[in-house]
Design a protein around this ligand. Structure first.
Ligand code: HEM
Length: 224
């Protein structure tokens, strides 16, 4: 069984399936995370109660974090291997670069991924552990509402988040498009639907994520 799995992973289709499945898990999390963040518009009690509820799930939360971390590691590993394989297949590069995949999102996948990875590390030190939060060393992990508002009142921080959200949306757009292809919806007849689905999903998640720093900067969401 293990040999069969490794043989399948050794093929480029195998790596792409791993990329698609792990990408689905990570972006499932990002979508739920975006919906959770929007509770900031319902006020501090709602958002802080939601955060308390999640932290109260104990072993389930840690199991979920384990699955998320494993998915992120496998996603990065398979993406790196596919990239290295494609570079090895054409080490001298193209004399004239012609992109078969025409979108900006497709071309940014390879450097967008590492940027998102660096952002997530910054994000965890900012909002989860608090070392990079403006109120450190008095960061209060139980007051998520004020942590988020104070965090985004720093304009350069909001700018970093908005840039990261843009990268996430572009990555998501091309990711959904590629995932549907890997999963079999590759016929040109489906292209319009694939493009529409990918764009709608990326736009929804991107706008939902961006709404929070924008609302804080605009003064619509204030500290309490
Ligand atoms: C503007 C958008 C975002 C806001 C307002 C936001 C807010 C937060 C907050 C407040 C926490 C800490 C929750 C707590 O410890 O109680 C958190 C955790 C986290 N966020 Fe975000 N986030 C945003 C975007 C993102 C993006 C784009 C990603 C991934 C690409 C992401 C990934 C994570 C992860 C992995 C955690 C840790 C979850 C855990 O503790 O298990 N976030 N976020």
């Amino acid at each position: 069984m293990t040999t069969k799995v490794m043989t399948f992973y050794g093929t480029s289709v195998g790596k792409k399936v791993v990329m698609a499945v792990t990408g689905f898990i990570v972006f499932g999390f990002v979508t739920v995370h975006m919906l959770g963040n929007l509770q900031i518009f319902l006020g501090p009690e709602k958002l802080n109660a939601y955060a308390r509820f999640l932290k109260g799930t104990g072993a389930f939360l840690w199991a979920f974090r384990g699955v998320l971390l494993l998915s992120a590691v496998l996603h990065i590993l398979s993406a790196t291997q596919v990239t290295l394989q494609s570079w090895a297949a054409r080490p001298e590069g193209y004399a004239v670069r012609r992109y078969r995949e025409t979108t900006y999102a497709a071309r940014t996948m390879r450097w967008g991924g590492p940027i998102i990875g660096v952002f997530v590390v910054y994000h965890l030190l900012h909002f989860t552990t608090g070392q990079l939060h403006p109120s450190a060393p008095h960061f209060d992990g139980t007051d998520v509402y004020n942590n988020v508002v104070h965090g985004f009142q720093v304009p350069w921080t909001s700018a970093v988040y908005l840039l990261a959200v843009l990268m996430v949306a572009l990555h998501l757009y091309h990711g959904v498009w590629s995932m549907l292809q890997t999963m079999g919806a590759a016929h040109p007849r489906y292209n319009r639907w694939r493009r529409f689905l990918a764009a709608a999903f990326a736009l929804l998640v991107g706008c939902g994520m961006a709404a929070v720093p924008v609302a804080v900067l605009a003064g619509w969401v204030r500290p309490v």
